[in-house]
Design a protein around this ligand. Structure first.
Ligand SMILES: NC(=O)c1ccc[n+]([C@@H]2O[C@H](COP(=O)([O-])OP(=O)(O)OC[C@H]3O[C@@H](n4cnc5c(N)ncnc54)[C@H](OP(=O)(O)O)[C@@H]3O)[C@@H](O)[C@H]2O)c1
Length: 269
């Protein structure tokens, strides 16, 4: 299986699609195979063609990445669907937009995959959830898997009903982790540590801990216990996070709110 599609056509190339493309180019995707459609016409990378309007036709067998905002799908599909053929392949990163909706808008396209990446894909350290149905050919599923692999972890989700849940966890997750880093730093500052020093130490602590957890054979729970000396300081702190499942409940509420928004977006709200 070759890594790269013959032609990649990106509809939108902002925060998210831009990170995906950046990683693909770093990993060897030929920019001459890439076209980006973006209203601003802003340059993307050397050798990548940027358009502000749709071309007369798409190259045969093009892979289209839908990377604009979900609410733009009606306008985009109206212009894009007539350019698609049976051999066009669509990968959609639109949050909350169901496969059935995409199938209805692009009836002639057989291979359609939903992908939910997160921002660290730009470093090859992202997490991407994937979903498709049985109409998509197995070779197309494999080709999309191969394309996503350089971005980091790729996880196929068996049931689309879980897609908003995984979006809440890993798609939105970096924002929640960034918030945690800030809160850790601000808590340190509230206890008297100079703000800049607290910010550096919070970030290094989260970075080191995540790298350690990723490499360790032990689970994060076991690693937490290794930090906590019996009768020591860490246990007292963990007791605060664990009391009445405080942190756990906070995160359930956080993921639930994000998931519910995905479901509302799926209903066009
Ligand atoms: N941000 C994330 O962490 C994340 C994670 C997973 C999935 N997603 C999904 O990724 C998609 C994009 O999010 P984002 O955060 O990357 O947004 P963004 O930074 O605002 O990027 C949106 C892109 O869409 C382009 N665009 C605007 N109007 C358009 C139109 N009518 N037709 C075609 N393209 C148009 C914009 O063009 P210009 O560049 O010219 O302004 C821009 O490149 C969303 O569907 C979101 O659900 C985002």
């Amino acid at each position: 299986m070759t890594l790269w599609p013959d032609h990649l056509f990106l509809v939108g190339c902002g925060n998210m699609a831009g990170q995906m493309l950046s990683r693909w180019l770093t990993c060897g995707l030929d920019p001459a195979r890439v076209t980006v459609l973006r209203p601003s016409g802003k340059a993307v990378a050397d050798g990548v063609t940027v358009m502000t309007d749709y071309p007369a036709a798409l190259p045969a067998g093009a892979t289209v990445l839908l990377g604009m905002k979900p609410y733009q799908i009606s306008d985009v599909a109206e212009a894009l669907a007539p350019l698609c053929a049976a051999d066009t392949r669509i990968v959609s990163i639109l949050a909350g937009t169901l496969l059935a909706d995409l199938r209805a808008r692009f009836p002639q396209v057989r291979d359609i995959v939903r992908a939910m990446p997160n921002l660290p894909v730009g470093l090859g350290e992202g997490a991407t959830a994937l979903f498709t149905d049985s109409r998509t050919a197995p070779q197309a599923r494999e080709a999309v898997d191969t394309l996503i692999c350089p971005l980091g972890l790729a996880e196929w989700v068996a049931d689309e009903a879980l897609f908003n849940q995984v979006t809440a966890l890993s798609g939105c997750g970096p924002a929640f982790v960034f918030r945690f880093i800030d809160a850790l730093a601000q808590a340190g500052e509230a206890l008297g540590i100079p703000a800049d020093q607290a910010a550096r130490m919070a970030l290094a602590t989260v970075q080191g801990s995540a790298t350690m957890a990723a490499r360790a054979g032990d689970s994060p729970g076991q690693l937490a216990d290794r930090v906590a000396s019996p009768g020591g300081m860490t246990r007292e702190g963990l007791n605060v996070l664990d009391a009445d499942d405080r942190l756990f409940r906070l995160l359930i509420d956080t993921l639930t709110a994000a998931r519910d928004r995905g479901e509302a977006m799926g209903r066009g709200e």
